[in-house]
Design a protein around this ligand. Structure first.
Ligand SMILES: Cc1cc2nc3c(=O)[nH]c(=O)nc-3n(C[C@H](O)[C@H](O)[C@H](O)COP(=O)(O)O)c2cc1C
Length: 207
């Protein structure tokens, strides 16, 4: 895969209270070549600038929706963003080809552990299964949906030191996506991307 331009759309409605995402997003912001946008800072009144969002999407290859897992889904501004930005005739439907060939990755933090997000666990389904509307929306728009990057069990992460390994994995995934060092075929099939990042990422940098 060739090097990619990455657009990271971050949505956390109460970042001042965040324990986990504040570290993940700070780590992502330190990476060159990743455009980070804080949707709740940009659109506190939900008045999304559709044209600007669409221009940014066109200018990037990999789109990341990064948010905490709320009610088995995303915070509401993410839904508003999808509703307004992915217009008929632009993203899908007749003449709607703007996103074709791009990749979509969700980066999600969730309170529940991996053990409760499986067929024998309390939630009965994996987080990826709960995210199916996002996956199918990406498919409708001609995008490839990668397995989500998931930090499970956030209730057990109390300090920067405990979040640090997840932030390191996130940086490794973002840098590998940017540099074309990730096995995208494999990355689309996993339950979650960072279950074993070492098997996905080639360590050799591009020449
Ligand atoms: C409104 C709300 C809904 C939530 N819904 C879920 C949920 O459905 N499943 C889950 O595992 N965690 C859920 N959580 C826990 C959050 O995912 C968790 O607090 C968050 O990922 C931690 O990240 P942060 O420290 O950056 O806020 C919810 C939290 C809130 C505030």
């Amino acid at each position: 895969m060739n090097p990619s331009r990455i657009l990271l759309l971050f949505a956390h409605p109460a970042l001042h209270k965040s324990v986990v995402n504040r570290h993940l997003i700070a780590a992502a912001e330190s990476i060159a070549g990743v455009t980070v946008r804080h949707l709740y800072e940009l659109y506190p009144d939900y008045l999304i600038d559709v044209k600007t969002e669409q221009e940014l999407l066109v200018a990037h290859d990999v789109i990341i929706l990064h948010h905490p897992f709320y009610w088995y889904s995303a915070p509401s501004l993410v839904k508003e963003w999808l509703d307004l930005v992915l217009e008929h005739g632009w993203a899908y439907g007749e003449g709607g080809t703007a996103l074709r060939g791009k990749h979509l990755l969700q980066a999600v933090t969730c309170g529940g552990s991996a053990e409760v997000y499986c067929s024998s666990g309390r939630n009965l389904h994996t987080v990826r299964e709960y995210l199916l509307p996002f996956e199918q929306s990406a498919r409708l728009c001609g995008m490839t949906y990668l397995a989500p990057f998931i930090v499970h069990g956030t209730g057990n992460l109390k300090s920067a030191a405990e979040v640090a390994p997840h932030a390191r994995d996130y940086v490794a995934v973002l840098e590998a996506l940017r540099d074309g060092r990730i096995d995208l075929g494999n990355a689309a099939t996993l339950s979650w991307l960072n279950e074993n990042p070492g098997t996905l990422i080639e360590t050799n940098a591009l020449p």
